[in-house]
Design a protein around this ligand. Structure first.
Ligand SMILES: [Zn+2]
Ligand SMILES: [Zn+2]
Length: 237
């Protein structure tokens, strides 16, 4: 399986990442990626940029150093109904949104509450990816989440950083294979993401690829295997 692009990358603007957009794109070009998405954290995360930053994505060219550039955001899920920390009026101006649970923005509830939070976020038409649904710090009903992803046409992220020890997340090595088994059962789209917080991790999708190959996940359900599959997650509103 060949993974051709990476949509989950952070720049120094996120407040706790270490590289510039230019450094990230240089790395994407060096690794031969066809495309890169930039997805800084949204404003409820301490140190993250104000809405003005995201409004100015129009300043960025569509192709830089031979790499197709997509503009996105990793929005924070703020409550157990799936409230996001970015209004639709701003979400609609960018290419895509990843919605995630982060300990800086929401405390873990019980399994029912965390599940409801993620499914609530999926109901937002601008959310096309759920970030790292692999974290035992936020226990979820994985089957319910996978079925909801099928219903709402949302892709579930296979996060390459989760099992690496570079994040605070736990349980990914156990949860990702389960997610993929359920994903096959319900024909859910998935997307590998590096979640890079420093330039050399851009396009670092090997861990995700290993899980996908071990699960024999159908390539036509893996967004990163074909640039045309971007159509499933691009904001078209
Ligand atoms: Zn981060
Ligand atoms: Zn995240």
């Amino acid at each position: 399986m060949k993974l051709l692009f990476d949509l989950h990358t952070h720049t120094i603007t996120s407040g706790h990442a270490f590289s510039t957009l230019k450094e990230n794109i240089e790395e994407a070009a060096r690794k031969g990626l066809l495309a890169m998405g930039t997805s800084d954290h949204s404003s409820a995360m301490e140190g993250a940029p104000t809405p003005k930053f995201f409004k100015n994505y129009r300043a960025i060219d569509r192709e830089i150093m031979g790499v197709r550039i997509y503009t996105g955001v990793e929005v924070n899920i703020m409550d157990y109904d799936g409230l996001l920390d970015m209004p639709d009026s701003l979400l609609r101006t960018m290419d895509y949104a990843i919605a995630s649970l982060h300990s800086a923005c929401i405390e873990s509830g019980n399994r029912e509450e965390n599940t409801r939070a993620i499914i609530g976020a999926m109901r937002n038409p601008f959310v096309k990816i759920i970030g790292h649904p692999d974290d035992d710090r936020y226990p979820i009903d994985l089957e319910k989440v996978v079925r909801a992803a099928a219903l709402h046409n949302v892709a579930l992220e296979i996060n390459s950083a989760s099992p690496s020890g570079k994040t605070g997340r736990i349980g990914a090595a156990k949860n990702i294979p389960r997610l993929l088994e359920l994903g096959k059962k319900y024909s859910v789209h998935v997307i590998a993401g590096s979640d890079a917080h420093i330039w050399y991790d851009v396009g670092n999708l090997d861990a995700a690829k290993n899980f996908l190959e071990a699960a024999a996940y159908p390539e036509e359900l893996v967004i990163n295997t074909n640039l045309e599959y971007m159509a499933y997650i691009l904001n078209k509103c």
